[in-house]
Design a protein around this ligand. Structure first.
Ligand code: ZN
Length: 270
């Protein structure tokens, strides 16, 4: 059990179902408990990992799942995928649809297919009143346009998602994109790169974003923060991301940790 004085932490994006954790998943989860991490969101990237995420969430009380098909896996998205996701998403431990989005960097699937499956999954999210976990790489202009249109629909339909529609996971945009996201009540997900010695632009941006709009994530096993770069990432390193944000905002670590924990409660209702 964490000591009472330890600030409670969350990791709002972590892929514990990936094989990188096959050998020591339970040890990793025990370590997160000792570090005071009380909530972890494990998003799916395709149907198989969405099922795995739900299974993990059923096995561990602090793990919650998001279900969805990542743009890099769009070619594996079959016609009935959305029906399977709809059934999976009704599991009480599923708190979001994701990760979904656009990836024009890796270019593993045609752009029109990526957009098609994104739109279908955004519709699923609004049908089920679940927020979305958005992946965007080299696609910020299109992502913001699509999310703005979706958000307009949410407003028109009086959806409860208007208050907290989702998170831009591992944010890599500029100030303008951040502003457009904040205007629509999206959270901004901050990952390990904020700790990198050369990420001045991102640090400057995050220093000016309201703490009430931030989430912290590891995206483990990827994006390992400084000074552990080169090693496998794991949820306990989320502390390094919180520490960096606290330093950038010149606020005490426990206050920043608690604000961000509460942000995640507002978004995921967990
Ligand atoms: Zn991810």
């Amino acid at each position: 059990m964490p000591q009472l004085s330890l600030p409670l932490l969350i990791d709002s994006h972590c892929h514990l179902d990936f094989h990188a954790f096959n050998k020591d998943r339970i040890d990793i989860i025990n370590k997160t408990r000792q570090a005071g991490i009380t909530r972890i969101l494990n998003p799916g990237i395709d149907l198989v990992s969405s099922y795995a995420a739900v299974r993990l969430s059923e096995a561990y009380p602090e793990i919650y799942a998001a279900v969805g098909v990542h743009p890099n896996d769009a070619l594996g998205y079959k016609d009935n995928a959305i029906d399977e996701l709809r059934v999976l998403a009704k599991n009480p431990k599923v708190v979001a649809v994701g990760e979904i989005g656009l990836d024009y960097y890796r270019d593993r699937s045609p752009i029109n297919l990526q957009q098609h499956i994104l739109l279908e999954q955004l519709q699923l999210a609004s049908d089920l009143n679940l927020p979305v976990v958005i992946h965007s790489r080299n696609a910020n202009a299109d992502i913001i346009q699509i999310l703005a249109d979706w958000y307009t629909q949410l407003v028109k339909n009086g959806s409860i998602l208007v208050a907290h529609p989702g998170v831009l996971h591992s944010f890599s945009g500029d100030e303008k994109i951040a502003q457009q996201a904040l205007e629509r009540n999206f959270f901004i997900g901050i990952t390990g790169p904020i700790t990198f010695l050369n990420s001045h632009n991102l640090q400057k941006l995050v220093a000016n974003l309201p703490l009430e709009s931030l989430l912290v994530e590891t995206d483990a096993p990827f994006l390992t923060p400084y000074p552990h770069r080169g090693q496998r990432n794991e949820p306990v390193y989320v502390k390094l991301v919180v520490e960096k944000i606290a330093a950038l905002h010149n606020k005490p670590f426990p206050i920043v940790a608690e604000t961000i924990r509460q942000n995640a409660v507002r978004l995921f209702n967990w």
